[in-house]
Each structure stands twice: as structure tokens, then as C-alpha cells.
Ligand binder design. Sequence first.
Ligand SMILES: *Cc1c(COP(=O)(O)O)cnc(C)c1O
Length: 409
Amino acid sequence: MQNFKYIGKKLFVEKSSVKNIAKKNQTPFYLYSGNQIKENYINFATNFKAVSPLICFATKANTNLKILNMLAKLGSGADVVSGGELLKAIKAGIKPNKIVFSGVGKTEQELKMAISKKILLINIESESEAILIDKIAKKMSKKVSVGFRLNPNVDAKTHKKISTGKAENKFGLSIKNFMNFYKKTDQFKNLSVDALSVHIGSQILSDVPYKKTLKILDKLITKLKIKLKYVDLGGGFGISYKKEDRLINLKSYAKLVAEFKKKINCKIIFEPGRSLIGNTGILISKIQYIKKGQNKKFVIIDAGMNDFMRTALYDAVHDIIPISKKNKKENIAVEFVGPICETSCKFVKYNKYQKVSEDELVAITNVGAYGSSLSSNYNTKPLIAEIIVNKNKFKIIKKKQDLYKLINS
Ligand SMILES: *Cc1c(COP(=O)(O)O)cnc(C)c1O
């Protein structure tokens, strides 16, 4: 995280001191680096330059309108999974012809919206969905460009709650079901089968599952002799949450994708979420109380699982770092926990940590993806503010939710 670093003992985002930002804004809040967002997008595009793919940011990773708008300006499209995300992507300036729509449970209303907005592709995940889209399209007298999402039964070797490409997962059509079903797609007069798509999981740190998937697709497309405009290879690229996390060599994967593209003769789509946005944000929180437990100290911070759910939901480990570094160490283990009345509202435990006191500030790291977008009002807590840094300036890009509006229903 080049844009998040200590200058002396103080934590900075780009050229802004976190402490100064926290003086003017109530904790907890999300804090992003605009420059990191730009760098990540450009880095991804550069790695796949030989493929010149359409990059469709997986909106669910971060739905902040200003951030979507920044990505739109960089040239990004969007992968959306609901009508709400579709409308937000368009509102943020992403052109409908760069939007793909995924998800196993799209409703009739959402499908109608997608068709009337003329998005690039609807990625179908079941036979029933294909039948429904054809019916809606017929009523609207439209021919709809669709893809089929396949479940290649590949183990992405990631946490079980973010694996999506194994036979036991609900996503996509199995290769066998697709082969049988593909023969019947001629009878859908209002569908144009333009794409195949896959998305095998998230936080993937090995290129093996990607390579396996590419092979399966190659074999299938060759066997069925399908003419495709697009192959959508999904997202899932991991980021470094822990020091020992080794990232995928995107350049070597890009070479394989370039060969694949040449052979199949189609446009490639990617749907990265986490890898574009994960390391662009931190969550600033204040130490509310410290209390002694058995063999450890509980450091109770003012951010909870309602603000940041990844730890509770996926056992994710996110480092918590001080805003001001000290040399003095605690001689007892410390566990950072949040205020929500759930045992799982806890973050991370250290056997050694610097000496901490009440009212000091800390930052939960790498929270840009699946952070604010997964937050909730649990325990009737308002959604927290989101702030972005541009060099030595900061800007509020989402205000903290008003508590008195929240209590009305
Ligand atoms: C969530 C999701 C993505 C993004 O996954 P990341 O791991 O964040 O890159 C891409 N495509 C689909 C269909 C998804 O559901």
C-alpha cells in the first residue's frame, strides 16, 4: 500500500495526516486513497494490455458513487448483481454497453430494467432464467444479448464462503447441463447467445484454478463449435492481506488468455472487484475502552461488525495499525473487538502490540473491498462516513447516516 505509510511516527494517506483528518471527522469512518484506486486500475489494465479486455468492475465490492465515477472515468465497465447496482453504475457514468449483469436470482423487474437500459450482457445462471428472459424480451419486442455462466467445477482453493466454481456451489450451469441445454437455445428467438462466463471464486492466490478453467472453456467451445462475441473470465484475483500472501503473476496468466483469445476469436471480459479496490481503503476507529480479560486485554474500538463484516463473515484477518507509532510494547496479548452484541464482533489478536490507551486512533487495513458495501444498521447503528484523500486534501464522499432518520421505521 504505497499510498498508506508512516512518515516519522504518523500514519499518512498520500500527503494527508490521518490524525488531522480524524480531528475534523467523527470516528469511525472509511478513508480511501484516490491515487491507489487509479494505480490499481492502470496496473490491472497494463498487465492485460495484450488482451485489451473490457474491465467490468464488480460493483458489489464497493458501491460508493464517487468511487464508481472515478472508475468510470478511467474507462471501467461494471459487473452488477442487482437492479440497484445497475442503476448506481449508470448514475456513476458507466455506459450501459459496458455493463454485465450476473446473479442466480435476478427478478423479472430487474431483468426488464436491464433489457430496457440496453446493457451489454445478461449472464444467465439457469435454464429457468433463460426461459424468463426470452419471455420478457418477446413482450418487449427486443433481442437480448446474453451469456451463460458456467460452473466449471474447479476448486479455487479459497475460503469456503467465497468459492463459487465448484459443483456444490449454487452458481452457474454445469458443463453437462449447458451442453444439453445449448442445443435447445435455438428455440429462444429473442435471445442472442453471445457469451460464456465463469467466476470461480474470490481472493484466489494461485493461477492453477484459472488455467484449469481456461482449458475447460477452450475444450467446450471447440467441441460445440460455438461462435462467441465475448468470453467473460470473471474476477477473483486475490490481494495481500497477510505478509505471506503471494499474489498471482497476472502477466503470465495474461499470456495464456491472449492465446485463448486468438484461438476463440472473441473479446475478453474481466470482472475484478477486490483486486481493484481492496487495498485502497482503511477504517479509522477510536479506542473506546480497554479492559482486562483472562490472559489478554480487550481493546474495544468504536467500529463494529456492522461497519466492517469481513472478519465475522469470512474469518478474514485484517491488521489493525496505530495512527501514531510508539516504541513501548505491551507485555500482555491484546484483542481488538467491536461494540456489537455478538461474540463474532471481534477483529484481531496480537501477542505483542505497542502500548495502547483509550481515545487513541487505529486503522483497520485493506478494507476497500467488501467493507462499506457489506455494512449494515445492525444494533440500530448509522452507516458511517466515507472519505477520500487526494494528495493533501480530503473529501467526504458519503456522509454518516443520520441517526434520527434511521429510527423512523
Ligand atoms: C463478486 C463477483 C466478482 C468479483 O470478485 P472479486 O473476488 O472481488 O474480484 C466478479 N464476478 C462475479 C459474478 C461476482 O459475483
